[in-house]
Design a binder for this molecule. Structure first.
Ligand code: RB5
Length: 148
């Protein structure tokens, strides 16, 4: 069965979200579009929270968020326990976000990426495994329930 991947953006990420959806579908994922559904102005947190809640509850392994800078979406998503939302603006950052930080949400700064950059960033994030080992301990310490 295809892995379901939720994706959401505000108005600033809307156009790129539509392109990323096509890329994910072509790669065989079951894409769940949580909005926004038009370029009309919206508030990023209204879209970040429902997606992050799915990741927090373990209903999906990972998800993708987009806004202008990536920052607002990441702030909101990272309020959720067990969500590690990484803003990535190069494939190398995306790869390290997986390898070292086990990022389960990719956040794309839509206003600062070309289509080809964002496609390469998405691919790097999708394809890179978590390295575990010493990074497992470090990632574990992020959670407040572990004594942070
Ligand atoms: C919207 O104009 C913009 O502020 C938003 O997309 C995002 O960049 C916020 O972090």
């Amino acid at each position: 069965m295809a892995e379901r991947i939720p994706i959401a953006s505000d108005h600033a990420g809307f156009e790129l979200k539509e392109k990323i959806k096509r890329q994910l579908t072509a790669l065989g994922f079951d894409v769940q579009d949580l909005g926004t559904h038009s370029p009309d102005a919206t508030d990023y947190a209204d879209y970040a929270h429902p997606l992050a809640a799915e990741v927090e509850r373990g209903e999906v392994r990972r998800g993708v968020l987009l806004c202008g800078t990536g920052l607002g979406m990441s702030y909101a998503a990272n309020r959720h326990p067990h969500v590690r939302a990484a803003v990535a603006w190069t494939p190398e950052i995306a790869e390290l976000a997986r390898r070292h930080n086990n990022a389960n949400v990719l956040v794309l700064p839509a206003r600062f990426l070309s289509d080809s950059d964002s496609a390469a960033i998405l691919k790097a994030w999708l394809d890179t495994p978590f390295e575990g080992g010493r990074h497992e301990r470090r990632v574990g310490k992020i959670e407040l329930e572990n004594g942070g």
